[in-house]
Design a protein around this ligand. Sequence first.
Ligand code: SF4
Length: 464
Amino acid sequence: MTMAENYRLVMDVNKALRKALPIRLGINKRNELTRLLYEICISRNISPEKVLAEMPFSASGDEKGGIFQRVKRDLVKTRYPELQKKDRVRLMPLKIDGESNESAVWRGELEPRRIIVEKRSAGLEWTRGFLKMFPGAEVLETDNIHRASKELRLRDRIDGYALRRETIFIVSGKASFIKKCPCTKGAVRCGYWVLNLGFGCPFDCSYCYLQTYSNIPGLVFAANIEEYCGHIRKFDASQARQVRIGTGEFTDSLALDKYTGYSSKLISVFRETKNLILELKTKTADIDNVLKERAHPGVVISWSINTPGIVEKYEKGTAGVYRRIEAAALAASRGYKVGFHFDPVVWYEGWEKEYQDIVRRLFSHDKVRENTVWISLGTLRYTPGLKQAAEQRFSDNRIFYEGGFFLDFDGKFRYPEKLRKEMYDKLLRYIKEAGVSCWTYLCMEPGGVSSGLEGLEKPAWPAS
Ligand code: SF4
C-alpha cells in the first residue's frame, strides 16, 4: 500500500465506525477503535465494513461503557486472539495524516547540503580531510551544535529524521568514550561494551529506535579519532579480562566508513590491545576498508541477518541479505572472525521456513561456519511511539500488525513470552543443524526466556 492508500483506509475506518456505532464517541475512544480496526484491516487484508459485519457486538450485553466497551472488546479479541488476562496492550492514536515523511532511499552516496563544525573540531586533521570530500556543501562553524540544529527550524523530530542525510555535524566526542552497553532494565546482560564515534545512520529500518530517539537533525561524526584511540589503549591497560566492544549502538559501524575511515584506525589500534575485542556490526556489504587491513583475532566483523523479504521491505537502503552473506564469506576467507545477529526476528506466516533457509545458506560457507565466534538472537521489540513514527515514515508496516505485541518488563512491546521462546527454540535448532558451534546468546531478554532453551550457553561472553 502507498501512504495515500493508508490515509484513505484511515478515512474508511472512521466512516465505517460512525455508521456501525450510532453514538458520539470522545476522541480517545474513537482513536482506540480506529487503531484496532485499521490494524485488523491491514493484517487480514479485509475492508472495515467486513470486519464490523463479522463482529458479534450488537448482541445483548450489559457491560459498563455500553456499546463502546463491547465493540472494543470484540476488536481487541480479533486483533489479539492470543491475549491472556495478564497481557497489556496500548492503543496509541494513528498519526497518519496523508503527508509522506518517507526519506529517499539511501543509495550509498553522502551528499550533504551543509556541514556544521563544532569550533574545537575545526582544526583537526580528520575534519580537514572530511570537508575536502564535499566541496559543494555549505560549511558553518558553531560552538553549540544543539543551538545550531534548532536554527535549522525543522517542523518536528520526524521531519528532522527524514532529512538527516542533508546535514552533517562534526564534533569532538568527549563523554564516556567506552561504556557498558545500556541493554534494557531487567534483561540478562551479555557483557558488551560500546564505543560511540558518532550518532545517526543513513539506512531506514522501519523498526529502528533512532527514529524517536534522535534529537539532532543530522548525522554526527566525531573528529577526535586520535583521542579515542588514546582512550582505547588506556582502557585496555585497565582491564584484566577480555572485553567485547562495538561501535554500532547509535549507527551502523561500516555504512559510512568510506567517508569516515574509522574502521582502519580502530582495527590498527585493537590489533595492538591485549584484552579488547572490537566488533564492527553492519548491514552493508561494502567492506573494502576492512579488507585492506590485516585480520586479527581481536577484530570481529558482524552482520545483522534477516530473511530476504524482511530486508527488502523493512531495512531500506541496506545491502540485500545475500550480499551481506557474500561479504561475510569474503571477510572469513581473509581470516576475519565473524559474528551474526538475527535481530529482529519477525513473526509472520511462514517465518520458520524462511529463517531456516537463510541460516542454511549463511552457514553453507565452510569459512563462515569455521570463523563464526558469536550469534545473537532477538525478536522484534519496540518502544512506545516507535510504531507511530514508522507509520508516518513508511507505507508498509505489516510487521507491527501481524503478531500480537504486549507491554513487557522494560516498557517495550514484544511478542508474548511463550511465542518468543518457541521462536528462539526453532532458530537454535536451525543453527545447530547448520553445523555451527559458537557462543550464542539472547539480546535484551530476561532470564526466564532463555531458561530451558538448548543451544544457549551462559549469558556472558565466555572470556569474561
Ligand atoms: S544483550 Fe544486547 S542490549 Fe544487552 S548488553 Fe548485550 S548487546 Fe547490549
